[in-house]
Design a protein around this ligand. Structure first.
Ligand SMILES: C[S@@+](CC[C@H](N)C(=O)[O-])C[C@H]1O[C@@H](n2cnc3c(N)ncnc32)[C@H](O)[C@@H]1O
Length: 223
């Protein structure tokens, strides 16, 4: 259930979704049963659309969980395409490794184990697409790395940026323990919306998704 979109709209959109590959469906069922946070069906559909259109060769994902979104995205890569995905939680890493192996995607998806904060500085540019789906309070810290690693003309997609709609509420309407994340996510959204290198659109679907296109300096009209 989304906290942003009314249920009757969610149910309607969910009902008209085409069926995914059975492997993807099984992962979805497993994640829902075990309450493992994976992308919503709206974000899945958006990713599928954007990947079909953008046709990335190289993807960086921050936040693997059990490998669901990586495996999904791999279906939209060209033959030589590669995904690097990062997670720090051993429970997730173990399951992601199992699922990636089971899907025969070891040569496509590389799972880097550890805190993205430590791993991101070690990565070399460029990626065609970066999918940011990790601890929301760290998005702002990850942003300079994403900007360095994303090629001009690349896409940065950040999930859960409206945090159940809470981010749009005033600070004093937020429980005290959530104010830090409220402040950090607002700051991240401000930065990606005003960064001179980015063209950003924030969509109130799922838990909120931010799409940022890294402008290509060759395209002088955009700078
Ligand atoms: C929402 S889940 C990712 C879901 C996944 N993208 C999917 O849709 O299938 C977030 C994941 O990010 C990982 N994570 C959070 N902060 C992280 C960090 N700083 N470094 C590495 N992994 C992190 C968590 O362990 C968790 O597995």
């Amino acid at each position: 259930m989304s906290e942003i979109t009314p249920d009757y709209i969610i149910n309607f959109l969910s009902d008209i979704q085409p069926n995914s590959h059975s492997f993807i469906q099984d992962l979805e069922k497993y994640a829902h049963k075990k309450e493992i946070p994976i992308i919503s069906f709206e974000v899945k559909s958006l990713l599928e659309f954007l990947l079909s259109m953008h046709q990335p060769n190289t993807i960086l994902e921050i936040g693997t969980a059990i490998g669901y979104s990586s495996i999904l995205m791999s279906q939209y890569l060209p033959k030589e395409g590669k995904i690097i995905t990062i997670d720090r939680y051993p429970y997730m890493i173990e399951q992601a490794k199992y699922n990636i192996h089971k899907a025969k995607l070891n040569s496509v998806i590389t799972l880097l184990e550890g805190n993205a904060q430590d791993i991101l500085p070690t990565l070399k540019p460029y990626f065609d697409l970066i999918f940011l789906d990790a601890a929301k309070g760290q998005y702002q810290t990850f942003l300079p790395h994403c900007l360095r690693l994303l090629r001009p003309g690349g896409l940065l997609i950040a999930d859960n940026v409206l945090y159940k709609g809470m981010i749009a509420k005033a600070r004093y309407d937020i429980p005290r323990r959530q104010r830090t994340i409220h402040k950090r996510l607002r700051s991240f959204l401000w930065d990606i919306s005003h960064h001179p290198e980015l063209q950003t659109s924030i969509l109130p679907i799922g838990d909120g998704v931010a799409l940022s296109y890294k402008k290509d300096p060759i395209d002088s009209n955009l700078i």
